[in-house]
Design a protein around this ligand. Structure first.
Ligand SMILES: [Fe+2]
Length: 294
């Protein structure tokens, strides 16, 4: 295993302030707006975890994966050997991400990913504007991302065999409606104890990402966030529930750009040296009644 964690995500917005407001007021992140209008959202010791860039569209852009300098060189070689076209980040791109070096490419399903090393430390500790709010992040990364992977087998093999992610669970669920294939989600861990930092779903996602996950430190913090989502009138796309595989208690709501956000607590952290990958056919222990707006 060589990828350490999900270090950042990039999102494009015609008006980044719309995302800033939800990030700050609902999720409790802190924010900084740059001269070019881009917004950086912080949730831990990292300089930022969410980069909201100004652009012509509202959409999810890319995941950014963190590794050590030696792993970076090795993984870039492995990616090129696998025929992946890599774009090397320039000085301005590195400065925008607060990293020493990064490359950008696409996985076999067309999801844009970045790989980086040498992130600079943020100045000063993180403090949420919401009293007492804190996250399970830092060495565990920002949470997890579930990506659409229509080329499912190929994309799963790419993250496993080229980038070195470890499989945690393979979940299959009956087709949501008759005549479509069964749903299949592969859950992958990076080199940190979080049950999964990445998951790959064998269906589409209009926003570019199936969902992102933010983990809070207590159930009360999740409940208070649910109250803020309701008060703001934001769409709740899954009621509170507990997942079977990572045991996360969470709910889902819709963030700007149509990006579903899972807000959770109590996700499993595991010792990979003794772990046996699982397969499952049940998504939830209880709850998680899904309700996607048209
Ligand atoms: Fe999730």
């Amino acid at each position: 295993m060589t990828v350490k964690a999900l270090g950042y995500v990039r999102i494009e917005m015609r008006d980044p302030q719309v995302w800033r407001q939800v990030g700050e007021d609902i999720l409790g992140f802190s924010s900084a707006t740059a001269e070019d209008g881009s917004v950086r959202l912080r949730m831990d010791a990292a300089p930022f975890r969410y980069l909201i860039e100004r652009g012509g569209d509202d959409r999810f852009v890319a995941t950014g994966w963190e590794c050590e300098a030696d792993a970076f060189d090795r993984l870039c070689g492995a990616l090129r050997d696998a025929g992946v076209e890599l774009e090397e980040g320039d000085a301005a791109g590195c400065a925008a991400r607060a990293v020493t070096a990064y490359v950008a490419g696409q996985d076999p399903s067309g999801n844009q990913f970045e790989l980086f090393h040498g992130r600079t430390q943020a100045e000063g500790g993180f403090r949420s504007g919401i009293e007492g709010l804190g996250y399970v992040a830092d060495d565990l990364g920002l949470g997890h991302a579930v990506l659409p992977a229509l080329a499912h087998a190929e994309t799963s093999a790419f993250y496993r065999d080229v980038l070195g992610f470890g499989i945690s669970d393979a979940l299959t669920l009956p087709p949501p409606v008759e005549g479509v294939p069964e749903m299949c989600i592969h859950f992958y861990h990076a080199d940190n104890p979080r049950h999964h930092s990445l998951a790959l779903f064998n269906g589409p996602a209009p926003s570019g990402v199936v969902h992102l996950m933010t983990e809070m430190r207590t159930l009360d913090q999740v409940g208070a966030c649910l109250d803020r989502v309701k008060a703001a009138g934001l769409p709740i796309t899954a009621s509170i529930g507990r997942h079977e595989n990572d045991r996360m208690v969470s709910f889902y709501f819709l963030c700007p750009a149509g990006i579903p956000m899972e807000v959770g607590y109590d996700g499993l952290q595991l010792d990979w040296s003794t772990f046996q990958p699982t397969t499952s056919t049940v998504g939830d222990v209880w709850g998680h009644e899904y309700n996607f707006p048209e």
